[in-house]
Design a protein around this ligand. Structure first.
Ligand code: C2O
Ligand code: CU
Ligand code: CU
Length: 488
């Protein structure tokens, strides 16, 4: 692999106009050159968060956000933030469909944060978006019934204007939902069902994270971490391994490939109806993919991110890291492998969405949606509870964006039926329109909104975010939202 030569070639072809546009943010134009590093450390597996069951049968978790110190590279100490006693990242929360969960989040950070449950269908007051701040020293309690199919969800801070910084310091973790309908996929956590939380960071010579050198796409780093491990490998003992990959990067997209076809079995919102054999999977920030990789005894494979122009032209793709080749995780199968069951032909029997009512259009340009910057007091859309609607997202910008809708599960239209999958975050390449059927959850609240935003965190912080209320029959939606008011 020679990422450096490829990068500098593309770097040199940066079109002047685009470069000027990118430089308008006052920052460098290209992504930093990536350092190749041979796999050197065992992949850390985030522990499962402990929980207890209270008298009411609710599963109760405690989660504390606090500063810490991480040792990503030998001899370097990096100040970081983490959840649950981890200096970086967070433990994996896990609950079963139908269970009621309570999460008590305590903020031991020096500033106000929030904790958002990305991909979860839940009441707006429990969503952990900008309207549920947790002041330093305080504990916020979120509780809801997990009522959605098995999925790889995640949690992270969402304080308006500071999300990128809080996530970049290290705050993010997985939230796995298990279904009551069993599926015969590898399911031994950390053994043949392995979380892979991808992030990238710039590391200063003293070990500190580089929070300054962003371009118009956002903060891109030259060092990739999987579960907080630099240059990781995974010892594999089974003939198939399921990787649950989350792109928790602030701005970088990854085109995942192991150099051989894999079975894509799940995406953001859950399992696909049937596995799809694919050569690669593109993950923009916030998206997840569950893949099953076939391993041969003793034959090492490398999960890589391949170059992808993200639909951008001139220098923009390179600025978004789209010219980089990155080694993400080396798989090291043992000389003898335990046989795994074949990937089932049917993974989910959940009925797909078929038609949408109201059409809503969202134009993405200049880090605005429909020309509007996020206003925490403004109500942008009002959606009837339980509705399935058709939402259209058009990117009229040179920059790649994506769109994430809180609370909702959505299916992208205009793709082959086999590629229909439950999503909550979708890429919207420059010059394209993505249409999706969007189903909002069953919880109405005429006062507290959900968010809809670009998940490139710098863009979100810049104001590329709108708010929508979900209202029940006869409910009168609030005309303004009490900003920063703690509705919890
Ligand atoms: Cu993952 Cu509104 O965020
Ligand atoms: Cu979310
Ligand atoms: Cu964006």
């Amino acid at each position: 692999m020679s990422p450096l030569s490829r990068r500098s070639f593309l770097g040199a072809t940066l079109a002047a106009g685009v470069a000027a546009g990118l430089a308008a943010s006052g920052c460098s134009t290209g992504a930093p050159p990536v350092r190749p590093r041979p796999a050197a450390r065992p992949l850390a597996i985030p522990p499962l968060a402990p929980s207890s069951v209270d008298a009411g049968g609710r599963r109760v978790f405690g989660l504390t956000a606090a500063p810490g110190t991480s040792a990503f590279l030998d001899g370097l100490a990096t100040p970081t933030w983490g959840y649950g006693g981890m200096p970086f990242g967070g433990p994996t929360l896990r609950a079963r469909r139908g269970e009621e969960v309570v999460v008590r989040v305590t903020n031991r950070l020096p500033e106000t944060t929030t904790t958002h449950w990305h991909g979860m269908t839940l009441p707006a007051r429990m969503d952990g978006g900008p309207h549920q701040p947790i002041a330093p020293g305080e504990t916020w309690e979120a509780s809801w019934r997990v009522e959605q199919p098995a999925a790889t969800l995640w949690y992270h801070p969402h304080p308006h204007g500071a999300t990128e910084r809080h996530v970049h310091r290290g705050l993010s973790g997985l939230f796995l939902v298990d279904d009551d309908v069993p599926v015969d996929l590898p399911d031994r956590y950390g053994v043949d069902d392995v979380p892979v939380v991808l992030t990238d960071r710039g590391l200063a010579p003293d070990g500190a994270f580089d929070e300054q050198h962003r371009n118009a796409v956002g903060l891109l780093g030259d060092t990739v971490l999987a579960n907080g491990t630099v240059a990781p490998y995974l010892d594999v003992r089974t003939s198939r391994v399921r990787l649950r990959v989350l792109n928790a990067s602030p701005a970088r997209s990854y085109r995942l490939s192991v150099g051989a076809p894999v079975s894509l079995v799940g995406v953001d919102g859950g399992l696909l109806p049937a596995p799809r054999v694919v050569d690669d999977v593109l993950l923009t920030p916030g998206e997840r993919a569950e893949i099953v990789v076939e391993c041969a005894p003793g034959r090492r494979m490398v999960l890589r991110s391949l170059p992808d122009d993200l639909g951008a032209v001139n220098g923009v793709a390179a600025a978004a890291g789209g010219a980089d080749s990155l080694d993400l995780l080396e798989l090291r199968p043992a000389d003898r492998l335990e046989a795994s069951p074949p990937v089932p032909a049917v993974l989910s029997r959940e009925a797909p969405l078929t038609e949408g009512s109201t059409v809503r259009r969202f134009v993405l340009a200049n880090n605005r949606i429909n020309g509007l910057a996020m206003d925490p007091t403004r109500v942008d859309e009002v959606v009837p509870v339980g509705a399935t609607e058709t939402w259209e997202f058009t990117n009229r910008h040179t920059l790649p964006h994506n769109i994430h809708v809180h609370d909702a599960r959505l299916q992208v239209l205009d793709v082959p039926a086999a590629a229909r999958a439950w999503k909550d975050t979708v890429a919207v390449a420059p010059g394209t329109t993505v249409r999706a059927l969007v189903r909002v959850g069953p919880y109405a609240d005429p006062e507290v909104p959900y968010m809809l935003h670009c998940h490139l965190l710098r863009h979100e912080d810049d104001g590329m975010m709108l708010q929508f209320l979900v209202v029940g029959p006869g409910q009168r939606p609030a005309t303004t939202i009490a900003a920063g008011h703690d509705h919890g």
